[in-house]
Design a binder for this molecule. Structure first.
Ligand code: GLU
Length: 340
């Protein structure tokens, strides 16, 4: 994670490529072209835990960006973070250029609601595209007596880092149910990497994670101890759907993990990529182009990304206005109708 020690104006940090190649290039190019060839633009993407899917997504996007660097000059790097709420805060603090965030928190950031009421509407926020679906996932260890959601009362539950998307979405869910965090015996803040071990070691009875499937965190718990998904009751899902269109009813199907026998009925959100209005159009365009033109490679980077569909990526789960650099690409390739 990037520190807050320096108050950077905006992170399109221009930095010289001083790799010894500079002087050679300098001799060959002149004027404005030369400046363009000499400078590297650094773009950062805020993601999530390294055991989640956001990190894989950010890394896959950056890989494509960096492979086509000659065309646009952008150095892209994915940062491991606490997740959605953290990423939005860091974007607002001008630390990240792009962030992966849950669609429910994109909505709340844009409208200044829920957790972002105090911060107010983040009107600079811009959507780039959406990615994989993220079911709200509850995984319980066998022997804890947890088979239904109600059984979580009085249990030790890991909800993820304080600024993770899953922690915030759980709080919204508890509110709908008339529960509070005090209904649990203990609330953990472990990240996705640590929670699997803690679950199997008996430190927690259940873990909650809003995440694409399959992922490393759930996979590692499933391989290490006997675990089962816990469904969210249908009447609760119905109430959650009333909160906003960014939620949908979803099922984690049988066979997602070899070791987990039963499916889970729950609700879900979408992972979305966001940036800010001040991001240069040509950089956002380059990122979108690199991603969409190499979507096959992006999908192969992580199994949870395997079902990405361009038509859904430009439409699902986006509440912030599309960044013009992204829109330009979608219109060019016919994914969106050209503006009149
Ligand atoms: N949905 C989680 C969050 O917003 C992150 C999931 C992941 O890292 O794949 O914090």
């Amino acid at each position: 994670m990037l520190g807050n020690s320096r108050n950077r104006s905006f992170v399109w940090r221009l930095s010289l490529f001083c790799l010894g190649l500079g002087t050679g290039a300098m001799g060959g190019l002149g004027g404005g072209d030369f400046a363009r060839a000499q400078e590297g633009v650094y773009a950062t993407i805020g993601t999530g835990s390294v055991s989640g899917v956001y990190y894989a997504l950010g890394s896959a996007i950056c890989r494509q960006m960096n492979q086509s660097r000659k065309e646009h000059g952008v150095n892209c790097s994915a940062e491991a973070t606490e997740g959605s709420i953290y990423n939005i805060g860091q974007m607002r603090a001008n630390e990240y250029n792009f962030s992966v965030v849950q669609s429910d928190w994109q909505y709340h950031a844009m409208t200044g609601s829920s957790k972002f009421r105090e911060a107010g509407p983040y009107s600079e926020l811009r959507a780039v595209f959406s990615a994989h679906p993220e079911p709200f996932t509850v995984l319980a260890r066998a022997g804890t007596g947890i088979t239904t959601f109600d059984d979580l009362k009085g249990k030790k539950v890991n909800l993820g880092p304080l600024d993770s998307g899953q922690r915030a979405t759980t709080e919204a869910l508890l509110k709908v149910m008339g529960w509070s965090l005090d209904d649990f015996a203990q609330v953990g803040t472990l990240n996705a990497t640590d929670q699997s071990k803690a679950l199997c070691d008996g430190e927690y009875d259940a873990i909650v994670y809003t995440v694409g499937h399959p992922n490393r965190s759930v996979g590692s718990a499933a391989r290490s101890c006997d675990v089962a998904f816990v469904s969210v009751p249908a009447d609760v899902v119905a109430k959650v759907l009333e909160l906003g269109g960014y939620f949908s009813a979803v099922t984690i199907p049988i066979g997602t993990y070899r070791e987990i026998e039963d499916p889970a009925d729950t609700f879900g959100v979408r992972a979305t990529l966001v940036t800010k209005a001040s991001a240069p159009d040509d950089i956002v365009y380059a990122l979108v182009k690199a991603t969409f033109e190499n979507l096959g490679d992006v999908k192969r980077m992580d199994r949870a990304l395997g079902n990405l569909k361009p038509e859904e990526m430009v439409s699902e789960g986006l509440t912030a206005p599309l960044h013009p650099g992204a829109r330009r690409y979608y219109e060019e390739v016919g994914l969106l109708p050209a503006a009149k």
